[in-house]
Design a protein. Structure first.
Length: 473
């Protein structure tokens, strides 16, 4: 394509960088692609920092390996040799005042059998799960509803509070009573739409089957030796995009020949004229840029709330290894408390040295604590030292490990996690119908069809293809 083609990608996270890479592949070496990022680094929620001399992911730490998008990028970028899989260590859950193995074969906390729930649920709750198939079939009639509402109706409160809420909270930093079934569990909703006779059966139908006599299933998740910032760096390089860091996009205007961006300081903004633009930014930034330009899309983005969270990385002395559970980590249900009545601040721990073999060194143990649920920001007001002390206290309650860390770090993600409330897919449909009315503009990112890396890459690919089609037409 002609070298005069100019495309701006607003947002330098995984969505924006994947879009820039796809544009380069489709438009060729002469297209001028610019990635404009308001912060001083690329990667967004992919960030690998150094903890006790080890590259350590403090945002996303893994990707779903059963979808092809990120695995395809890893292969295209020559990173296959760096691909790592989790160990066989299993997750646990803290609920009802005790820590138990995570029940097998649940789908984001939805049970697929009652027998597996023993140990996490009370006998009464297990019996209610077992009786669920005898209830009248759950009929959605095309409607959307909160995951928590449906699960409470079918299984009772314990399943929601002890299983579904911690698992959905780990993914979305949200609560099951607020999150949309169709947006967070579309396969389950589709099974119910197709006539699944019970919620147990619907959840079971979306899990991959496994014949015990066959080979073990492939691991669900993948990561990269050296951290996911390796993917960021390789994408940025392979895209050949010009990088403008530390420059917010203040305004976006439609012009007869394309688009005009105002970037930089408010008193003296720089003007950038391009043929096409991809927006790959969080919902609040998208709302601001589209306000007045595409009111329908801006209004829809305004209805997507966001949650904040923080990640605390701890490097512990190696001699506490016998005290650290032989598990990949623990999810902590909301409302759980220490024996003295103190509430837990941390919503989940990843025992990184147990979960990832390449992080299991002889000199230290690496542990990651996640803090922050939607609507609960009290702990996020702590300064870094206070937050580390709170996370250490929770870890001591769970494991007995109460020693100063060799090293620690805190990474904060303000407004970084979109909440998929009831009706979220209708909002996305409004955004994308409005987008189609604007030639040369495309939208990507976690606010649309999923917060995981593969979903973000999928939106980026679709956005880049839309732009290429518009330019070639």
């Amino acid at each position: 394509m002609d070298g005069d083609v100019r495309v701006a990608v607003v947002g330098g996270g995984i969505s924006g960088l994947s879009a820039a890479f796809r544009l380069r592949r489709r438009l060729g070496p002469n297209a001028f692609i610019t990635v404009v990022e308001s912060s001083q680094r690329l990667g967004g929620k992919l960030w690998t920092r150094e903890l006790a001399g080890v590259p350590y992911d403090v945002g996303a730490e893994a990707f779903l390996a059963r979808r092809p998008e990120v695995l395809g990028l890893v292969e295209d970028l020559g990173l296959t040799a760096s691909l790592v899989r989790p160990t066989s260590a299993k997750p646990t859950i803290r609920a009802g005042g005790r820590t138990s193995p995570m029940p097998p074969r649940t789908f984001l906390g939805l049970p697929t059998s009652a027998r597996a729930m023993a140990g996490v649920l009370s006998d009464e709750a297990v019996a209610r799960v077992a009786a669920e198939p005898a209830l009248p079939p759950p009929l959605l009639d095309g409607a959307d509803l909160a995951v928590g509402a449906l699960a409470r109706q079918r299984f009772g409160a314990e399943v929601v509070e002890r299983l579904i809420d911690p698992l959905l909270g780990g993914v979305y930093a949200g609560r099951a009573d607020d999150l949309s079934l169709r947006a967070t569990m579309p396969a389950v909703a589709a099974a119910l739409d197709a006539g699944s006779p019970s919620l147990l059966a619907a959840a079971a139908s979306v899990l991959p089957g496994h014949d015990k006599a066959a080979d073990p299933p492939d691991p669900v998740f993948g990561g990269l030796r050296g951290g996911l910032s390796c993917l960021v760096d390789r994408l940025a390089s392979a895209s050949g995009a010009h990088r403008r860091l530390g420059l917010p996009v203040r305004a976006l205007h439609r012009c007869p020949a394309g688009w005009r961006l105002e970037i930089g300081s408010a008193p003296n903004p720089e003007v950038m004229d391009v043929d096409a633009v991809i927006l790959a930014v969080p919902a609040p930034a998208a709302r601001r840029l589209l306000d007045g330009l595409v009111p329908v899309a801006a209004g829809a983005f305004a209805q997507i709330p966001v949650a904040s969270m923080a990640v605390v990385g701890l490097a512990l002395p190696a001699d506490v290894a016998p005290m650290l559970p032989q598990a990949s980590g623990v999810l902590i249900a909301a409302g759980e408390r220490h024996r003295d009545g103190t509430p837990f601040v941390t919503k989940a721990f990843t025992y990184s040295s147990r979960k990832w073999a390449h992080l299991d060194g002889p000199d230290h143990l690496l542990v990651r604590g996640s803090v922050g649920r939607f609507g609960d920001i009290e702990a996020l007001r702590y300064d870094d030292a206070e937050l580390v002390m709170a996370v250490r206290s929770d870890l001591a309650e769970l494991t007995g490990i109460d020693v100063p860390p060799i090293d620690w770090l805190v990474s904060r993600w303000g407004g970084g996690l979109p909440q998929y409330g009831v009706g979220h897919l209708d909002l996305v449909d409004r955004i994308q119908r409005a987008e189609r009315q604007l030639p040369g503009m495309a939208i990507a990112g976690a606010a649309l069809h999923g917060v995981g890396l593969p979903a973000c890459v999928a939106t980026a690919t679709a956005a880049a293809d839309r732009i290429v089609t518009a330019l070639t037409d």
